[in-house]
Design a protein around this ligand. Structure first.
Ligand code: KG4
Ligand code: ZN
Length: 387
């Protein structure tokens, strides 16, 4: 069975095609992935602009689908008659996406239906204008190609991003705890089974990736700030730069729940950088020391809460997903849990940021629980939860 995943929840437009074998074992193989990152477009604004993201997704989806079909040898050029009735229906499905209608109609009238058995699209959480583009595009494809479509949760995508090609998906050591750390989320989730999730705790204010981005901005670094902060922090470590006076708080480190809070940490950096600027002391080395101290503070809080969640839930497996797990310090710290007998599953670097492979996998797993339909009524849900 071939599943096409479609992801447009934030600033990456991504498509991926997997082939799933569902016999004695359930395993997948990646047939192809394509992605267009909008980071350069959003950089001048210091963050993701929803309307710009929507326009860019609409511009890139058809060219990306074309290149994915070419890459996977599934593209067959052929003149396909689109009846007036079909055209009207496609226009209705794509009524929110003016930029997409004409390119879409042109494309589907020149290629025959590829050998694809199911579509999976992110329906939330994310930026609603961005989500709608992917949903409308997926629905239009489902309609013209008569292929069932399943709405997929982006955060479930980050959970399954740790799964590997060829691994038997039925043979997973539940229960697991998932730590989801991205630009929009910081959550600890108990994973009882695929599709059976319980939220243990989450951030009460800023997400951890958002905190990285805001602190980077305070230091005058470009968006996205996570990689910038981690670059400076690494130099501070390698060069053993020190300043005993630079100390940041570890918010909620000792609270007995699984919630987080990063807004105060960011504010502490704001006061610190303001004071240092006044004294003309915010030099390059001091910036690096702040970056390292911030990274250490975040890592310590994430680590302590997650360890507690693993213990309280009696879970032997830890899953970590989301863009922030690209951070080497955080990766290395969590790998230490292996010594305690915990299986630590961290996605490969290429699977840490938003991608469609994780959506294809999550969509397939969901289709084992819920029957997908042709052109279903899917709505974008910006705040869609996991449980
Ligand atoms: O999962 P993701 O690609 O998109 C969302 O769903 O939000 O996560 C993006 C976030 C951004 O805030 C970015 O700064 C952060 O992940 N990030 C990092 C690193 N690389 C990306 N944060 C810390 N260290 C990194 N190396
Ligand atoms: Zn994400």
């Amino acid at each position: 069975m071939k599943v096409l995943g479609i992801e447009t929840s934030c600033d990456e437009t991504a498509l991926a095609l997997i082939e799933v074998e569902n016999g004695a074992e359930t395993k997948f193989k990646t047939l192809g992935t394509v992605i267009h990152s909008q980071i350069e477009e959003h950089k001048p604004f210091g963050g993701v602009m929803p309307i710009l993201a929507k326009r860019e997704h609409a511009r890139n989806l058809v060219p990306l689908l074309n290149s994915l079909l070419e890459k996977t040898n599934l593209k067959q050029e052929k003149t396909v008659e689109i009846s007036d009735e079909q055209k009207a229906k496609i226009e209705e499905i794509l009524s929110r996406e003016n930029d997409l209608v004409q390119v879409f109609l042109k494309f589907i009238s020149t290629v025959s239906k590829p050998d694809i058995d199911m579509l999976a699209v992110t329906s939330g959480p994310g930026l609603e204008p961005a989500l709608w583009v992917g949903i409308s595009f997926a629905k239009a494809l489902s309609y013209v190609w008569n292929v069932p479509l399943i709405p997929t949760n982006h955060m479930e995508g980050h959970i399954v991003s740790v799964l590997k090609e060829g691994q038997n998906l039925r043979n997973f050591a539940f229960p697991a705890v998932a730590l989801l750390i991205s630009g929009g989320h910081t959550e600890l989730v108990l994973v009882k089974n695929w599709g059976d999730y319980q939220l243990l705790g989450q951030t009460r204010d800023d997400a951890v990736g958002e905190a990285f981005d805001k602190v980077a901005r305070l230091l005058g670094l470009p968006y996205p700030g996570g990689p910038q902060i981690s670059k400076l922090a690494r130099i501070a470590r390698d060069e053993n730069l020190k300043n005993e006076e630079i100390k940041l708080p570890r918010p909620m480190l000792h609270s007995k729940d699984f919630d987080f809070s990063f807004a105060g940490l960011k504010t502490s950096v704001l006061y610190l950088t303001d004071d240092l600027r006044k004294e003309n002391e915010l030099d390059d080395n001091t910036q690096k020391i702040i970056a390292r101290e911030f990274e250490d503070a975040v890592t310590e809080v994430l680590f302590k809460k997650t360890k507690l969640a693993l213990e309280e839930c009696g879970a032997g497996t830890l899953i970590i997903g989301g863009g922030v797990i690209a951070n080497t310090t955080i990766r290395n710290k969590f790998a230490e849990l292996e010594k305690d007998g915990i299986t630590v599953l961290i996605p490969e670097m290429s699977a840490t940021t938003d991608n469609a492979l994780m959506i294809a996998i999550a969509g397939y797993m969901k289709s084992l629980r819920i029957v997908p339909m042709i052109c279903p009524d899917i709505k974008a849900e910006g705040n869609l939860g996991l449980s």
